[in-house]
Design a protein around this ligand. Structure first.
Ligand SMILES: [Zn+2]
Length: 238
């Protein structure tokens, strides 16, 4: 389990990537309207924030020195070797995936729900880091942020075919439903994709936080029946 340091309520920073990057995500104390307060709390200038119009795709964007602002492209992943670019991903159940290569000083973030994971966005990000920055699998570090987990992620049986080995049928039929329901291990599927692409498993650091189990601390779209508020996950090269 990854060590998180919680200095103030609603501010979660990850120290596993070392001192050259800011790696953080926000809690319930920071709804969308307080996004800039969160950035200030983690020492990030709001001017540096770069976000995407997230569409559950596997589209990736290279962030260059000129880019800044919110919802710049229809995409779900960003990578950069530029410092002072705060790559921001917004989630409320989907998985924010942080990438950092201390050797090549390259950072990336991915928004990985089931659709993005089905399109193997995390695998594609590993490939993009290798191709664009000559990163090595042995050097790339990955962290998995707060998200809905196997304990709480109820899905239809069609997930059994899409994510073989990561769907756990409940064995019970819900009233009025034709399909038996089960639970989906989205984190397991992402870890499997990353290790299948050559990332050493010890390079993957999981916060272990479930947005439903820990809904008192984090936003959950499912549990809160469609909240508009999002967890903001940030990686910024210092
Ligand atoms: Zn849970």
């Amino acid at each position: 389990m990854t060590k998180t340091f919680n200095a103030q309520p609603g501010i979660y920073t990850l120290d596993v990537f070392g001192p050259e990057v800011v790696v953080a995500f926000s809690g319930r104390e920071f709804p969308n309207a307080r996004r800039h307060d969160f950035l200030k709390s983690i020492g990030v200038d709001s001017e540096n924030l770069v976000t995407l119009q997230q569409i559950h795709s596997a589209n990736l964007v290279m962030v260059n020195p000129e880019m800044k602002g919110e919802k710049l492209f229809q995409a779900d992943g960003m990578l950069t070797e530029v410092s002072q670019k705060a790559l921001g991903i917004l989630t409320a159940d989907c998985v924010p995936v942080f990438f950092w290569d201390p050797e090549k000083k390259a950072a990336a973030m991915v928004h990985a729900g089931w659709r993005g994971t089905y399109q193997e966005i995390s695998t594609k990000m590993l490939q993009a880091l290798r191709q664009n920055f000559a990163c090595r699998n042995a050097s790339i570090q990955v962290a998995l942020g707060p998200s809905i987990r196997r304990c709480c992620y109820q899905v239809g049986s069609e997930f059994g075919e899409m994510f073989e080995g990561f769907y756990y049928p409940s064995g019970e039929k819900l009233a009025g439903d034709k399909a038996a329901h089960g639970k989906m291990d989205l984190i397991g599927a992402i870890v499997d994709q990353l290790t299948g692409e050559g990332l050493p498993v010890q390079n993957i650091h999981d916060t272990g936080i479930c947005t439903v189990c820990e809904n008192d601390r984090f936003f959950s779209h499912r549990h809160e029946k469609g909240t508009e508020n999002r967890i903001l996950s940030i990686i910024q090269i210092i």
